[in-house]
Design a binder for this molecule. Structure first.
Ligand code: UDP
Length: 473
């Protein structure tokens, strides 16, 4: 059939590499395995407006909606809240776009990512199935669901706190401090928004989640039962979506060449995602700890945060983060360590035979990429849902070790950095962690093997969409 007539899936991506990369991977599979046409819609208007990362598959179209103004929002608003508002203000142009596509090709489904819940009513209006994409864990949906259930019988504006600790399926007990910031305090500025989003989600037709069964088996069962009982829309684990970086990325070849010259399983890879930032003091302690560990390392150094925030998107790229490393550090570690500014081709690094362990901020994509490569982690959560991810990785899955921060100010001291790195590289308890990381790697590979659980789940969903079109929905 000519591509114009192929049923079309429209995916909505909130800004951020961590949201867009897995969504693009989902889109690619819908096109290449299931015969849909797919368009990714992006939103514009952030001051640190981010370019599309390289490597969006050519089979997937992209459309950027016109920029909207959001400079009236408070400067200290949480990034998630800013994104939600950005998307809300873009709804009119989104509606125009969807109607124009829908007039030429059948719309099979709308797939907003988790921050785009504002688009759900549009899908209902257009009579199109709406499946929310969660670039994070099933645990994240579970949190949202608990918040909504907590308020089922509450009067409007009457907010309630989640219990502390929060016991979740799989046996994990989350302290308040482990929850993403908006969930910690029902009087906080983002709680109302959270509840509004959660209530919309409950009316979605389903969730596509970038996770796989063995990553969260108890949660997968929990959601299966909830869907059977009609208590919640089905949540399909369809990941892990791991994009292999392209060679053209800045500095990629120099980094990979350096890794090629290192012994097998000898390198500590250190990176804090696309937005993670350490304080200047913590940057120095981390450097000193890596040096003291005597291990080989590859460190993606980012500009330190000078205002105490752990999340710093859009730092100026003409600043040199390496200038913040301790005096003489680069010289003393030359040959054994490589510090690179800003960015590394992470998926290629993690799957490189020289890479042994990953000191990570536990962004969900990083966690999945690590799992897919069988690389154990030193968990160093910074923002968003990363503490919860770290708890899952360390506590339930046992594929991570967690260094302890000092009581005062939360800095992880150099001795603690060196001890955690060395334990995971060479220690006895480190050995068990390394072994479980290998087990998880096998499970991740099975999920997308020909009869794997994630592949089958996406097949089920695609079949539902096609059946709905055929039935003249
Ligand atoms: N990434 C990368 N190179 C870097 C840092 C990050 O390729 O130096 C990629 C990483 O592989 C992952 C994404 O950016 O796919 C970051 O997503 P994650 O969920 O881990 O964290 P976030 O950036 O959303 O906090």
């Amino acid at each position: 059939a000519p591509s114009a007539a192929r049923p079309h899936v429209v995916l909505l991506a909130s800004p951020g590499a961590g949201h867009l990369i897995p969504l693009a991977e989902l889109a690619r599979r819908l096109v290449e395995h299931h015969g849909f046409a797919a368009t990714i819609v992006t939103f514009s208007g952030l001051s640190d407006s981010e370019a599309l990362p390289s490597g969006i598959p050519t089979s997937v179209s992209t459309v950027a909606l016109p920029a909207v103004k959001i400079d009236d929002l408070p400067a200290d608003a949480l990034r998630g809240s800013v994104l939600v508002e950005l998307i809300h203000r873009s709804l009119p142009s989104l509606s125009t776009f969807l109607r124009s596509i829908g007039s030429t090709t059948p719309l099979a489904a709308l797939v907003p990512d988790f921050l785009c819940s504002a688009a759900l009513p549009l899908a209902v209006e257009l009579g199109v199935p709406c499946y929310v994409f969660i670039p994070s864990s099933l645990t994240m949906i579970y949190l949202m669901r608990r918040v909504v259930e907590l308020h089922d019988d509450a009067a409007p504006g009457e907010y309630r706190d989640l219990p502390e600790p929060l016991e979740i399926p799989g046996g994990l007990s989350l302290r308040r401090a482990d929850l993403p910031v908006p969930y910690r305090d029902c009087n906080g500025p983002a709680y109302a928004q959270l509840l509004r989003g959660g209530r919309r989600y409950r009316r979605a037709d389903g969730f596509l989640t970038n996770t796989f069964y063995e990553m969260e088996p108890a949660m997968a069962e929990e959601f299966r039962q909830a869907a059977e009982q009609g208590a919640f829309p089905p949540a399909f684990p369809v990941g892990p979506f791991v994009r292999s970086n392209s060679d053209e990325e800045t500095g990629a070849s120099a980094i990979l060449e350096w890794l090629d010259s290192q012994p097998t399983r000898s390198v500590v890879y250190v990176a804090f995602g696309s937005g993670g930032a350490l304080s200047a003091e913590q940057t120095v302690e981390l450097a000193a700890g890596l040096e003291a560990s005597r291990q080989r390392f590859l460190w993606v150094v980012r500009m330190p945060s000078l205002d105490g925030r752990t999340c710093a998107f859009g730092a100026r790229d003409d600043d040199d983060p390496l200038a913040w490393l301790p005096e003489g550090f680069l010289e003393r570690t030359r040959g054994r360590g490589l510090a690179v500014p800003a960015w590394a081709p992470q998926v290629r690094v993690l799957s490189h035979p020289a890479t042994a362990i990953f000191v990570s901020h536990c962004g969900w994509n990083s966690a999945l990429e690590s799992a897919a490569s069988g690389v154990p982690m030193v968990a160093w959560p910074l923002y968003a849902e990363q503490r919860m991810n770290a708890a899952l990785l360390e506590g339930t899955l046992g594929v991570a070790l967690r260094p302890r921060a000092r009581e005062d100010g939360g800095v992880v001291a150099r001795e603690e950095v060196a001890a955690a790195v060395n334990e995971l590289m060479e220690g006895e308890s480190g050995r068990a962690v390394r072994r479980r990381a290998e087990d998880l790697q096998r499970a991740a590979a099975r999920a997308w093997s020909p009869d794997g659980s994630s592949r089958r789940a996406l097949e089920d969903v695609a079949a539902k969409w096609k059946a709905a079109l055929g039935g003249g929905r």
